[in-house]
Design a protein around this ligand. Structure first.
Ligand SMILES: *Cc1c(COP(=O)(O)O)cnc(C)c1O
Length: 298
């Protein structure tokens, strides 16, 4: 199970430039993009305890959900293949069956069975009755929710916080993350971190509720600041300004971001730093959650 014991801790690096100096901010990037070549970033952390639980309960088959460019489907297919689980991906959009995206093609090549459903059927993905139907149809697999986001996922993400505390020999004031389902933000909060979450989707206000639902059986948690204005038109949408930002970031720091999550998070974070949103002396750890398989090929 070398995949389960991936190379940890992931590196942490200081990001310093004229902007951080002027604002008096100490900024780090946590390189979870380097966790594993195919099971990257937060998806590895979120899958870890899901897969251990599936294995300890004797399951040999995993069923989960995602869209055409889903980093989670990609990671699940690769992890399943490496660890000997059969995998089934319930994919949003029937029309995708005719022309597989590179992500879905990869999943298929890893042995994942793709099950395409209409957008309206996909909306049922958390409904108990629908999950019972799927369980019957696919001979009782272990079901992992969309994005890997479950209570088991929080435990894996939470491990990042003590890992960083040891690396920095202090506690950071904030962890910054991109948010899709909010599972990663919830995991960090469950470990007591204060979290700056940047919605990668339009209308990200729903995340506040989803995150507090995920945290409902936790004893205590850190504080959450949710930013919903840096979505660039919505999930998987972008514009030339975001692509230019990503290029500048790479030129300046030598680190590749992608346009769906991490570039939006850093764009938002830099905007807040520039506007002096944080008092001088603040330490922020921005998490590179990975996702580079979905990088826009210019
Ligand atoms: C899935 C993903 C996110 C969002 O994580 P959630 O836990 O769903 O909020 C952020 N960054 C990357 C690179 C991702 O693949």
């Amino acid at each position: 199970m070398d995949l389960i014991s991936a190379v940890l801790p992931t590196p942490i690096e200081r990001l310093s430039n004229v902007m951080t100096e002027a604002a008096g901010i100490t900024l780090y990037i946590k390189r979870d993009d380097l966790i594993h070549p195919t099971v990257s970033g937060n998806k590895w952390r979120k899958l870890k305890y899901n897969l251990l639980e599936a294995s300890s309960q004797g399951y040999t088959r995993i069923l989960t959900f995602g869209g055409a460019f889903s980093n989670h489907l990609y990671a699940t297919a690769a992890a399943g293949n490496a660890l000997g689980f059969e995998t089934i991906g319930v994919v949003r959009g029937e029309e995708l069956a005719e022309k597989l995206s590179p992500t879905l093609l990869f999943c298929q090549n890893q042995g994942m069975q793709l099950y395409f459903v209409s957008r309206s059927e996909y909306k049922l993905r958390s409904s108990d009755n629908y999950l019972l139907d799927l369980a019957t149809k696919f001979d009782h697999p272990f079901i992992v929710p969309e994005g890997g986001t479950s209570t088991l996922a929080l435990q894996g993400v939470a491990e990042m916080v003590p890992e960083v505390n040891v690396q920095l020999a202090k506690t950071a004031n904030y962890f910054a993350v991109a948010a899709g389902t909010g599972g990663t933000a919830a995991g960090l909060l469950s470990a007591g971190a204060n979290v700056l979450a940047f919605s990668a989707l339009k209308g990200g206000e729903f995340l506040k509720n989803d995150i507090s639902m995920l945290l409902s059986n936790q004893h205590s948690s850190g504080s959450l600041q949710l930013f919903t204005d840096y979505h660039f038109g919505g999930y998987a949408k972008w514009n030339p300004e975001l692509i230019a930002f990503m290029q500048n970031f790479k030129d300046e720091f030598g680190i590749q971001l992608e346009q769906v999550y991490t570039a939006k998070m850093f764009f938002g974070l830099f905007d807040l730093i520039r506007k002096n949103h944080f008092p001088k002396g603040t330490t922020i750890v921005a998490v590179h959650t990975g996702g580079l398989q979905g990088l826009l090929k210019a």
